[in-house]
Write a protein that binds this ligand. Structure first.
Ligand code: ISL
Length: 575
């Protein structure tokens, strides 16, 4: 076990273990930890993380105090999109181990009181999935209608949609001359959710996993299942090659119906309490209220993208500076919208996002630790369920990639190829990838200062960040003021202070350019959270008197000023 948190990052032990109202779902005060299996821990020296590697490192997760592990896909897959292209939903890819290894992981998690949230990718399959192999075999194959096939339009694709991973969203099958839809890569054909047989097959597979002991699903791009009939052309932005089909494939006309059906067929009446999380690019607050209203029985919470798009323009490659007032307004609006009905997911990082400490913090030696802690404090004190992405609890930073050959992600590689083919300067494209590539999140977990950060005894599939000699689990376990101990303290605080779970959120100082501040109030308690999210001192008029529950600084804040990246949580108990 870790030693108790040091006296710098502290959690007051008064008022612990309150009785929770019976009607609250089990996940209301939970913290989720995301494991990207390829990059977590390699047990067999092939350079790729695997399931036995995860099982061998569960002490790290239970010491951190997390309640749920979200496992990115380990299903059988050609690994074109690192497992988000599934060729067998009921088997484990040999890269990651066996079904028996997964059963062992589930049992080991349950033995430690943790739950397993499986990733579920059912908007599309791999093009090597037997369903698609059959579907493409002929126009009259019974599985033809399991995918979205259309005739060419004047010798061109059926509509003008672009795919998320560059190029058109359609690929022509030379045998039939028809095109199939793929919102992502050409190896990820979209399933046809209009077909009841597709739905029944997916539901049956989901029940099979729940029967096997998994505790729920994080459902990949699940708001894209229902497409507007006719698949109309999207609007073409100035300078763009393709139309934006998102109004026609996100939140389509049957989305709520499909999710309700899934709930009835899969989640309702289970012996175990299950969790369903919908990943939903482009979801609005109004949609999220409907989607997460328990009375409607759709999903328990959604991943929304508004806050991670604020420093991007029309595409994710159009990198812009972030305005702190805009970030606060966005997250604050989500807090308000889901205050009475529904529930928020809270995240800075995941396997698709660059590292938060590099993006929203300051990863220079002077500020990396404090800024990682400040960002964590702000996020974890919001109302909702916080998600910690592997390595975030160490303050892992973006990777100093400098050549295109360093990258592995098909999204980054496709973008580089497409942009340079169209005449962009390769140096400029590399500079964009250095900020926005998904590979920053995917470098190996840093366990120690040793060779390959203790991730593998072999050659890792993607390079280890050279900062692992400083930033690693072993060093941070031994250092009470580390980022790791701060995360642990935040998770303890959520488990022990009811106002963190239930308190009403009120944003303070919305226009302040440096300070993120808010209160969380219950009838008995007011928590005030204040963080300077900048590398210079911030002058601020805030009453921070009360019991200092948590701070990332050695001394209490001075009057009227927060030091660079200083973050505090103060509690006042109402008389
Ligand atoms: O990462 C993105 C763009 O950089 C997002 O648009 C991302 O593609 C979108 O959030 C959907 O992500 C999910 O589905 C993809 C997969 O590549 C991602 O890893 C997954 O999280 C296709 O299955």
């Amino acid at each position: 076990m870790l030693p108790p948190p040091g006296n710098i990052t502290t959690v007051s032990t008064s008022q612990q273990s309150p009785e929770k109202p019976a009607q609250k779902p089990w996940w209301a005060d939970a913290v989720v930890y995301q494991v990207y299996p390829r990059s977590f821990a390699d047990s067999d020296g092939d350079g790729i993380g695997d399931i036995p590697g995860i099982t061998a490192h569960l002490d790290h997760l239970s010491d951190l105090g997390v309640d749920v592990v979200w496992l990115s896909p380990v299903y059988r897959s050609p690994q074109d999109d690192n497992g988000y292209d599934i060729s067998d939903y009921r088997d484990v890819d040999p890269t990651f181990g066996t079904l028996a290894d997964l059963d062992e992981l589930i049992a080991a998690l349950h033995a430690r009181g943790m739950k397993l949230l499986m990733d579920l990718v059912v908007n599309h399959t791999s093009d090597e999935h037997p369903w698609f192999v059959e579907s493409r075999s002929s126009t009259d194959n019974p599985k033809r209608d399991w995918y979205v096939w259309r005739d060419a339009r004047d010798g061109e694709p059926p509509n003008n949609w672009g795919s998320f991973f560059s190029g058109p969203a359609w690929t022509r099958d030379p045998d039939s001359g028809q095109y199939y839809l793929h919102l992502f890569s050409r190896t990820q054909p979209d399933l046809n959710w209009e077909n009841p047989r597709v739905r029944a097959a997916v539901h049956e597979m989901m029940r099979w996993w729940l029967d096997r002991g998994v505790d729920g699903f994080r459902m990949d791009v699940v708001n894209m299942l229902s497409k507007v009939p006719g698949l109309p052309d999207g609007e073409v932005a100035p300078g763009a090659r393709f139309g934006d089909g998102s109004p026609y494939f996100q939140h389509g006309p049957r989305l709520h119906e499909l999710l309700q059906e899934m709930h009835t067929q899969v989640f309702a009446g289970r012996p175990q309490a299950v969790l369903s999380v919908g990943e939903m690019p482009g979801v609005s607050t109004a949609e999220a209220v409907l989607l997460t209203d328990p009375a409607r029985a759709e999903v328990d919470m959604v991943f929304q993208f508004e806050h991670v798009n604020l420093d991007r323009g029309a595409t994710k490659w159009d990198v812009r500076p972030l305005s702190l007032p805009a970030l606060k307004a966005s997250l604050g609006r989500w807090q308000d919208a889901l205050a009475r009905v529904g529930w928020n997911s809270l995240y800075w990082d995941n396997h698709d996002q660059p590292r938060a400490v590099s993006r929203y913090g300051d990863d220079s030696p002077a500020h990396r630790v404090a800024s990682a802690k400040a960002l964590a404090t702000v996020l974890h004190l919001h109302r909702g369920t916080p998600y910690v992405y592997q390595g975030e609890e160490l303050g892992m930073a973006n990777m100093p990639f400098d050549r295109i050959d360093d990258y592995r992600d098909l999204e980054s590689l496709n973008y580089f190829a497409e942009a340079t083919e169209q005449g962009a300067d390769p140096g400029a494209v590399l500079a964009t990838l250095a900020v926005a590539s998904r590979d920053h999140a995917r470098t190996p977990m840093q366990w120690s200062a040793g060779p390959q950060a203790g991730f593998t005894t072999g050659t890792p599939w993607i390079a280890v960040n050279p900062d692992h000699t400083e930033v690693n689990v072993e060093a941070q376990r031994a250092e009470p003021t580390s980022v790791l101990h701060h995360y642990r303290a935040l998770i303890t605080l959520r488990h022990t202070e009811p106002a963190v779970v239930d308190g009403l959120f009120t944003l303070l100082l919305p226009e302040h350019e440096q300070v993120y501040a808010f209160t969380r109030t219950t009838p008995t308690t007011t928590l005030t959270v204040a963080a300077n999210l900048s590398s210079t001192p911030a002058h601020v008029e805030l009453d921070l008197s009360g019991e200092l529950l948590l701070s990332n600084s050695e001394t209490a804040p001075g009057p009227g000023v927060l030091r660079p990246w200083e973050a505090v949580v103060v509690r006042v108990v109402n008389a």
